[in-house]
Design a binder for this molecule. Structure first.
Ligand SMILES: [Zn+2]
Ligand SMILES: [Zn+2]
Length: 344
């Protein structure tokens, strides 16, 4: 089968033939119809986040497709089933795994980011059937981004719901794939006014189309003052930073009211600085959330299947164009999500 593999940080992915895996007992082989190209992959390919335990490795942690084979003992899915694949695989034994927080596992085994190859290949070997969510009507190419681009903001927003209120603004920084789903989910769950910030005109337009109450250009040096004005000096009830740079974290911390919450989702390598009486109000909580759980993925898929959560714009690309997708995403030219379609 064809796979796009990383041989060295900072280099293009190499598309080559590798053996198609055979599912051992308990495992499931999935023909990958959609593999969302995530911004995290840019950080990994560039070597900003050096997490890969071996190379070459097939990246791709946002996958959906069709079951192509099952190992002995697998009973909840069968060949031909269409599935979304939860990618936050864990060891299955540590405290986090046994309490259903596998994505926080102490020895992460994530698809395409650990010893396990990911979905930028025609076939993906899934270690256990519990990672699969069966689809009914949803297209696999739409389901793939839900496993990260929607699941990650879903968890962050769900955990911040006690902080959100209809008469206080929420702040969304960064309108990439995750930020766009974040905005949609906030509208669905929080019912509060939303301030959206980005530094690209096209993304600001997307925020307007998705119904943000206020859309601000992050390049404007007055953006923090404007947020203060829009909240009558109080600040927002919750901030969601989908970028995670020094500048965006400073904006998120400074914009959040007392008793509020700052959620960091993006991993652009920034440091969150919080000093009360200086840049932060009192009793502000900070949390860097990570991905989501299998149960939360079931909830996200249910929202999409029922039509309550509509898809962000999707651009399909064959495996052969994956390096072009990398370059265009890096330049901010992908409108919603680019989904690689290796086995479609
Ligand atoms: Zn990701
Ligand atoms: Zn574990």
């Amino acid at each position: 089968m064809k796979a796009a593999r990383l041989y060295e940080y900072g280099r293009d992915l190499v598309i080559e033939d590798v053996p198609t895996p055979t599912p051992a007992p308990g495992q499931v082989l999935v023909r990958v119809e959609g593999a969302g190209f995530c911004h995290s992959d840019i950080h990994v390919i560039d070597g900003d986040i050096k997490v890969l335990p071996r190379m070459p490795l097939t990246l791709g942690h946002e996958n959906a497709g069709v079951v192509a084979g099952v190992g002995a003992g697998v009973s909840s899915v069968r060949e031909g089933d269409r599935v979304a694949v939860f990618g936050g695989w864990g060891c299955g034994r540590c405290d986090f795994c046994v309490t259903a927080h596998e994505q926080l596992c102490e020895s992460p085994q994530w698809a395409g980011l650990s010893i396990h190859d990911g979905g930028y290949a025609e076939y993906l070997l899934v270690p256990h059937e519990r990672y699969l969510v069966t689809l009914s009507t949803l297209a696999t190419v739409e389901a793939a981004p839900l496993t990260d681009a929607a699941l990650t903001p879903y968890r962050a927003i769900k955990k911040a719901l006690p902080f959100l209120m209809p008469d206080r603004c929420a702040l969304v920084i960064g309108l990439g794939g995750l930020g766009q789903y974040g905005l949609k989910l906030l509208k669905l769950f929080a019912g509060c006014p939303i301030i959206a910030v980005d530094v690209r005109e096209q993304k600001l337009q997307v925020a307007r189309e998705l119904g943000a109450t206020h859309v601000l250009d992050g390049r404007d040096p007055e953006v923090a003052a404007t947020i203060r004005d829009l909240t009558q000096g109080h600040g927002v009830a919750a901030s969601f930073d989908f970028v995670g740079s020094d500048a965006t974290l400073a904006l998120a911390v400074g914009a959040t009211r007392s008793l509020g919450k700052v959620s960091q989702i993006g991993l652009a390598g920034g440091t969150a600085r919080m000093k009360v009486l200086e840049n932060s109000r009192f009793e502000v909580q900070f949390e860097a959330t990570l991905w989501g759980t299998v149960k939360e993925l079931r909830e996200v898929i249910a929202l999409a299947e029922s039509g309550q959560l509509s898809t962000i714009p999707i651009e399909r690309a064959p495996l052969e164009r994956i390096n072009e997708v990398y370059a265009r995403l890096k330049r901010g030219e992908i409108q919603g999500r680019a989904v690689i379609t290796p086995g479609a």
